[in-house]
Ligand binder design. Structure first.
Ligand code: HEC
Length: 118
């Protein structure tokens, strides 16, 4: 039984090569998954950055109503203002409408969203 050590060695080698092959194929598939997952992750990050709708739901509904069609403050859905005028109201406030609710860097996105409600 002198062959036995070599047979065992060859078996281990074959197993090792098989394992490497399996892991690399598996890895390529995982890479695709990770790449796709990462794409989605980026999309969520972008929305997390500034989501005018979510922002309105947390900061504007108290006065403008749950669906922004007006409560103690006038409706935002049928405002006659232009997008620039909306941005101007958000920046400087007007009457009972407080200034500085929307961070300066997000005013444009917010104005665009409010304008799109019309
Ligand atoms: C404290 C209450 C309050 C909050 C909170 C508030 N508003 Fe107002 N808003 C008002 C009032 C009151 C007016 C009417 C001002 C006037 O008559 O001059 C107004 C007016 C406006 C107008 C002008 C509408 C028009 O047709 O003339 C816009 C646009 C507006 N608000 C956007 C927003 C947005 C966007 C938010 C959330 C970031 C928000 N408001 C949060 C009270 C509020």
């Amino acid at each position: 039984m002198q062959k036995n050590p070599i047979v065992a060695f060859l078996l281990i080698m074959a197993f090792g090569i098989g394992l490497i092959f399996f892991l690399s194929v598996e890895g390529v598939e995982k890479k695709k998954e990770i790449a796709e997952g990462h794409g989605e992750g980026e999309a969520t990050e972008e929305t997390a950055e500034f989501d005018p709708e979510a922002f309105a739901q947390s900061k504007c509904i108290a006065c403008h109503g749950g669906d922004l069609t007006g409560a103690s403050a006038p409706s935002l859905v049928d405002t006659k203002l232009s997008q620039e005028e909306i941005a101007e109201v958000l920046t400087n406030g007007r009457g009972g409408m407080p200034a500085g609710l929307v961070p300066a860097e997000n005013i444009e996105a917010m104005a665009e969203y409010v304008f799109s409600l019309e």
